[in-house]
Design a binder for this molecule. Structure first.
Ligand code: ADP
Ligand code: MG
Length: 231
């Protein structure tokens, strides 16, 4: 694996049991992504984008093939090692934000650091920095029901970024946002990509996201049908 490679996928196959047989959701995917990329998995609904992102993030495992993320292979990796890797080095952003509605913005962003058992003094600075990166310092004590969709997704970005992960995976992050909010969160992620060199990988079929991507990998029926860099 080259030094600069953050994700390497070789001959990945993912099958799900359905009825009496199996459904092949990913059918022989080979791809690699370098550090600092701002790229996306694109394709129609059902093409396998979420399945691929979940396997990269160790939320799911391959049926066949190898997936290596930051030098740690999924092949021989046990579930505990995989989940450690995920907690430490990967941030997730989901379509539905997945925020805890009874907790404040501050507490939602702090949560991943409690799981990592970061000491309180370091934690406070990391949380305040992450909230500042997404421009929500004035909403620190608000709770998710008091926030707009765009603000909620920015909290989710801060929560994904608070550990300063090497890799952020974002699955349809704009699906519940209007055009203005979509552009705002894409601009936020673009500047985090530039300033902190965080690698971003999206799964999306939204043109508002696609126009920001520097590299577009297109899936159809579980296969890569094109892989293009955008000038
Ligand atoms: N747990 C599962 N069991 C059975 N089929 C699944 C499962 N997860 C995904 N699939 C199927 O795999 C295909 C790809 O799904 P998905 O990765 O969610 O696509 P996308 O994110 O591109 O819309 C779909 O046909 C979907 O129905
Ligand atoms: Mg999906």
């Amino acid at each position: 694996m080259e030094n600069n490679t953050i994700i390497k996928i070789e001959n990945l196959v993912k099958q799900f049991p359905v009825g009496g047989g199996t459904f092949t959701a990913l059918n022989g995917i080979s791809l690699s992504f370098g550090k600092g990329e701002f790229s996306g998995i694109v394709g129609p609904s059902g093409s396998g984008k979420t399945t691929l992102l979940n396997i990269i993030g160790s939320l799911d495992s391959p049926t066949k093939g190898e997936v290596t993320v930051m030098g740690t292979g999924s092949g021989g990796m046990n579930a505990k090692t995989a989940s450690q890797l995920r907690k430490k080095h990967i941030g997730f952003i989901f379509q539905t934000y997945n925020l805890m509605s009874v907790y404040t913005v501050y507490e939602n962003v702090e949560f991943p650091l409690l799981l990592l058992k970061m000491p309180a003094s370091e934690r406070r600075k990391a949380v305040l920095d992450a909230i500042e990166w997404v421009g929500l310092t004035d909403k620190i004590k608000s709770r998710p029901p008091q926030l707009s969709g765009g603000e909620s997704q920015r909290v989710a970005i801060a929560r994904a970024m608070v550990k300063r992960p090497g890799l952020v995976l974002a699955d349809e992050p704009t699906a519940n946002l209007d055009a203005a909010n979509s552009h705002h969160i894409l601009q936020t992620m673009e500047s985090l990509n530039k300033e902190l060199k965080t690698t971003f990988l999206f799964a999306t079929h939204d043109d508002k996201v696609i126009r920001y991507l520097k590299r577009i990998v297109t899936l159809a029926d579980g296969k890569v049908v094109s892989d293009e860099s955008v000038k």
